[in-house]
Design a protein around this ligand. Structure first.
Ligand code: HEM
Length: 146
């Protein structure tokens, strides 16, 4: 589980900055031919976020965070696709900033999930710590062992 979480976090840490760099290029009127690459990277990011949410659910990390992350994974691409039609005119920068902030929040959620998953997985493995792994003889690796 820890390996999968680290893999997904790596995907997010690679795609996230690439998305922001491409976005800033679009913002300044450059690299417009790379919009489909930007969208494809966005899809990878969302799939990684959802994978982390599933791993977090299995690891029993906060259910609220899991639900928020799954929902956020819908908001990011929907806003990304419809943004060009929202608030056309001088106020369109508001939508552009919103798109950037929503995307960055997705990066933050993914990172938080990965951190929680790896700490839960690490805690279950580290000896000497009270754990929830029950064995016929008692609690394996926990303070209940004498
Ligand atoms: C599946 C997810 C995503 C889709 C479909 C998507 C789509 C798009 C599109 C179509 C544009 C060009 C808009 C235009 O022509 O004016 C754009 C721009 C941009 N994107 Fe994304 N994007 C996604 C995810 C992200 C993420 C996760 C970030 C940041 C972490 C991001 C940051 C930006 C920025 C800064 C711009 C330039 C400003 C703007 O036009 O909004 N995008 N995105």
């Amino acid at each position: 589980m820890k390996t999968a979480a680290v893999f997904c976090r790596t995907l997010v840490r690679v795609t996230g900055p690439a998305l922001i760099v491409l976005g800033v290029l679009f913002w300044t009127g450059h690299a417009m031919s790379s919009i489909s690459l930007h969208m494809a990277l966005g899809v990878v990011l969302v799939l990684s976020l959802w994978a982390l949410a599933v791993l977090a659910a299995v690891a029993r990390v906060s259910l609220g965070l899991v639900i928020l992350s799954v929902a956020w994974g819908f908001v990011v691409p929907i806003l990304g696709v419809v943004q060009t039609r929202l608030l056309p005119g001088p106020a369109h920068w508001v939508i552009q900033v919103l798109h950037l902030l929503v995307g960055m929040a997705a990066l933050g959620l993914a990172d938080t999930l990965a951190t929680r998953i790896t700490s839960v997985a690490g805690a279950l493995r580290s000896p000497g710590r009270p754990s929830a792994v029950a064995t016929p003889a008692g609690v394996e690796g926990g303070v209940a062992r004498r």
